[in-house]
Design a protein around this ligand. Sequence first.
Ligand code: HEC
Length: 183
Amino acid sequence: MRRLITFVARISGLGCMRAAVVAALGLSMASNLYAADITVSESSFSCIQDWTKVRNTYIKHADPEKLKEAVRIFKNSVQDKEYPVGTFLQLLPNEAMVKHSRQTFPRTNGWEFFDLDLSAQGTKIKTRGEQTVNFQGVKCFSCHQPAVNYDFVCEKGHGCAPVPLDDQKIAELQAADPRCPKQ
Ligand code: HEC
């Protein structure tokens, strides 16, 4: 009997061990997934003029090498190339696109769309996600979708319907970002 008990104890000990290994593997896989993505909060946004400007668009990445890569893709309109995870793009100060891992937003290659509320005190996030709409109630992604060969970055000539603002108006809105220090 004693033998049987030790035997059972051994088996269940092994079982526990296996469960622990499986749990540890699962955890490390989850944390790998998590590590591949980024966290975006209101403090991730700031005066748009502090970012790197290419044509009409401001670009930000916390990692200087990845910023360089994002600027290169944007500047040369490189096709079929994804922006690095962690890339922030802004055309208008109150709208932004941020690149997550593909797993986070599979339909948009990982892009999350933001509608922001700005003041001298900083940034408030009004809406975020894949389904965000612009000031006219049009879904951001519905307009950006035709630029599928450019990782959904529209610029001019990537197939998106134009924004109802000319370049001068866009520049004026960018210059009027209330988060920027007064000149
Ligand atoms: C009417 C179609 C349309 C809608 C709706 C729209 N966009 Fe765009 N977006 C464009 C076009 C066109 C450009 C390129 C403008 C330019 O560079 O002159 C652009 C540019 C941008 C850029 C700069 C990078 C790029 O793709 O060229 C960002 C960031 C952006 N839009 C985010 C958003 C967000 C966020 C929303 C929703 C809140 C949104 N857009 C809604 C058409 C649209």
